[in-house]
Design a protein around this ligand. Structure first.
Ligand code: ADP
Ligand code: 5GP
Length: 196
């Protein structure tokens, strides 16, 4: 059987963190996962290459473009997007397994993916992480040393479109001082997990 698990029948909650690349969403998402044992990371599929330190099946399911497209044609994704020339998507099986098991899921997806998840699961909580400024965002991306100049340019090009979508999110948190941003997101997560 396929299709989305109705949220009303599930105990699990969905929390989506989204932001322009380099805003700090992965850093904040990791902290939320370490603070909340009931929260599980939604492992997405992607066709991008593995970064140093990443583990297949933990950070992403790393697929070839052929395998990714095969899964798209089988309807295996809740949503998927082409981002910076690679494909990224949320597998329906990940969401279904968590919700059926009563686990809360934390998503780290792009802004379009976040809004697609909201359409499929209107009770999902969408959190947008804002960088304090474009200059700071660029600095953080450069110091992360994970992209070459071309890939960095592609990430920066997308920022205006991403910031335009921020008002559609349930919450916006500015990540200037990291500890403060973490506390703010933690409060939102706790509030959402406690809401019946
Ligand atoms: P994203 O997942 O949104 O692309 P990351 O979490 O990888 O962003 O953060 C980008 C870089 O900025 C990382 O090197 C991270 O350590 C750093 N970083 C994140 N938040 C802050 C902050 N508030 N102040 C300074 N550096 C930060
Ligand atoms: P990165 O390559 O830095 O890991 O991720 C690039 C972008 O893809 C980030 O904005 C990240 O949130 C987004 N992303 C990761 N997984 C998914 C997914 O399953 N769906 C969508 N739409 N975006 C994703």
């Amino acid at each position: 059987m396929s299709g989305a698990t109705p949220i009303s029948a599930a105990r699990g909650k969905l929390i989506v963190i989204s932001a322009p690349s380099g805003s700090g969403k992965t850093t904040i998402a990791r902290e939320m996962l370490s603070r909340n044992s009931s929260l599980r990371f939604s492992v997405s599929a992607t066709t991008r290459g593995m970064r140093r330190g990443e583990v297949d099946g933990e950070d992403y399911f790393f697929l070839t473009p052929e395998e990714f497209r095969r899964r798209v044609s089988r309807g295996e994704f809740v949503e998927w997007e082409e981002i910076y020339g690679d494909l990224y998507g949320t597998l329906q099986s990940e969401v279904d397994a968590a919700l059926r098991g009563g686990k809360h899921l934390l998503f780290d997806v792009d802004v379009k993916g976040a809004l697609s998840i909201k359409r499929a699961y209107p009770e999902a909580c969408l959190i947008f992480i804002r960088p304090p400024s474009l200059q700071v965002l660029e600095q953080r991306l450069r110091s992360r040393l994970t992209e070459d100049a071309e890939a960095l340019g592609r990430r920066l090009e997308r920022v205006p479109m991403e910031l335009d979508q921020a008002p559609l999110f349930d919450y916006q948190v500015v990540n200037d001082v990291l500890t403060k941003a973490i506390e703010e997101v933690h409060e939102i997560v706790q509030l959402h997990l406690r809401t019946p």
